[in-house]
Design a protein around this ligand. Structure first.
Ligand SMILES: NC(=O)C1=CN([C@@H]2O[C@H](COP(=O)(O)OP(=O)(O)OC[C@H]3O[C@@H](n4cnc5c(N)ncnc54)[C@H](OP(=O)(O)O)[C@@H]3O)[C@@H](O)[C@H]2O)C=CC1
Ligand SMILES: CC(=O)[C@@H](O)[C@H](O)COP(=O)(O)O
Ligand SMILES: [Mn+2]
Length: 382
């Protein structure tokens, strides 16, 4: 049977690779909805090729320009309502969420409430509101299929295992572009240097997160919610080759790992085809060409963001939402050359000292908090 898909963030790195997989398997997958922020030129080409029934452009002006360019029988919507409409399209069997940032939270929640399976790349959703999202999954008997490479690896390792048998999750981290740089060198690193990831070609925000190791911190929080594991059982190891995508140690101390060439096509494809496996244009790992697989402890002095993420989830409540919101804003400032590399960690440290975490129960509370984070940072950096 053909699976029908809505793709949020179709013009991004994950979104485009998803469409390439769909193009390879037209008998298996069909696109019914696409959502983007503002890139209507790319979206227009995607519309011609995939003929979705519904598209959303977050930016209202751009949505209007697109409307003047394309056929009237494709519905165009905008704003957060548009994103939600695509996420809940009645024909969609699977919603792939690959937008960047916590803007992905509401469409994820609404997709779950509409009983859609969600293939989740947008890790910020689980960092900001993991507890709420997992409760909705339970209530609606809905599955989240991880797209993030480490979480896909863990998901694949756990196939057939009991979650209660997990003794430890070992998340691998490449170490990013500054793995071997001194503190002083990193201090003056430009955003262009930070964008040069050694192993993966990704969007700007996640590339900076990988350079600060905040990406791994966000992934620790993501793993806690996806696999119902306490953070003290989640370990990070620096594995510069990015061949082992993560590991699980079970209670009998058997360690399971998933390996492959660093290529997001595999985890994306697995989330699309699950529970089946399909053969696609994924690069094959030749074992004989792997010279060495190395593992070292992360250095939280040079990469304080990792420790901040552990601290935020240990405090719990609204603290991870504050960490995430502050990080999103500060990464944007860094990309605009307005702050230095270590200012990201510095301002996150300070806002976490100011914020009194509380147990939240609604997305409105989190949205108000995000607004507070933004005004706090704007004020500090004035
Ligand atoms: N890239 C990767 O290899 C990996 C990414 N991830 C995660 O996946 C997510 C996406 O990452 P990536 O693909 O790299 O990011 P990109 O920056 O490449 O793409 C982001 C996409 O989201 C869209 N978007 C942003 N804001 C909105 C909005 N308000 N409404 C609708 N669409 C929006 C963008 O549209 P537009 O083009 O119009 O701006 C674009 O299509 C992130 O959460 C990231 O952490 C996880 C693992 C690996
Ligand atoms: C491809 C993927 O899943 C990214 O999240 C990747 O893990 C980033 O690399 P780092 O290990 O450097 O964070
Ligand atoms: Mn990852």
């Amino acid at each position: 049977m053909t699976k029908k898909l809505s793709i949020l963030g179709s013009t991004g790195s994950i979104g485009k690779q998803t469409l390439e997989i769909i193009e390879e398997h037209p008998e298996k997958f069909k696109v019914v909805g696409l959502a983007v922020m503002q890139n209507i030129d790319e979206l227009e080409m995607q519309i011609q090729k995939f003929q979705p029934k519904l598209v959303a452009v977050f930016d209202e002006e751009k949505a209007q320009i697109l409307a003047s360019r394309i056929s009237a029988n494709i519905k165009i919507c905008s704003g957060i309502e548009g994103l939600i409409e695509v996420a809940t399209h009645d024909k969609a069997d699977l919603v792939l969420n690959a937008v960047v940032g916590s803007i992905g939270l509401l469409p994820t929640l609404e997709a779950i409430r509409s009983k859609k399976t969600v293939a989740l790349a947008n890790k910020e959703t689980l960092v900001a509101a993991g507890e709420l999202v997992m409760k909705e999954c339970l209530k609606n008997n809905v599955k989240i299929l991880p797209v993030d490479s480490e979480h896909s690896a863990i998901f694949q390792c756990l196939n057939g295992e009991k979650i209660t048998d997990i003794s430890k999750i070992i998340l691998t981290a490449s170490g990013g572009p500054f793995r071997e740089w001194s503190y002083e060198e990193i201090q003056s690193a430009t955003f262009k240097e930070a964008l040069k990831h050694p192993n993966w070609d990704m969007g700007k925000k996640i590339s900076i997160d990988s350079a600060t190791l905040m990406n791994k911190g966000l992934e620790v929080i993501e793993a806690k919610w996806l696999f119902h594991v306490d953070v003290d059982k989640i370990e990070v190891t620096i594995h510069p080759q990015s061949i082992i995508h993560s590991m699980v140690e079970l209670k009998d101390f058997s360690i399971l790992a998933q390996l492959g060439i660093p290529d997001m096509k595999l985890p994306i494809q697995y989330a699309l085809s699950y529970p089946e496996r399909i053969k696609g244009e994924v690069r094959r790992l030749d074992f004989k060409k792997v010279n060495q697989l190395t593992f070292t402890e992360p250095d939280v002095k040079r990469f304080p963001c990792l420790a901040l993420a552990y601290k935020a989830i240990e405090i719990g409540g609204t603290m991870p939402c504050v960490l995430n919101a502050a990080n999103e804003i500060l990464v944007d400032y860094y990309l605009k050359n307005r702050i230095g590399f270590y200012d990201i960690a510095e301002y996150i440290t300070r806002i976490m000292e100011v914020h009194q975490s509380f147990p939240y129960s609604t997305t409105e509370e989190l949205q108000m908090l995000e607004q507070w984070v933004r005004s706090w940072i704007v004020n500090e950096l004035r």
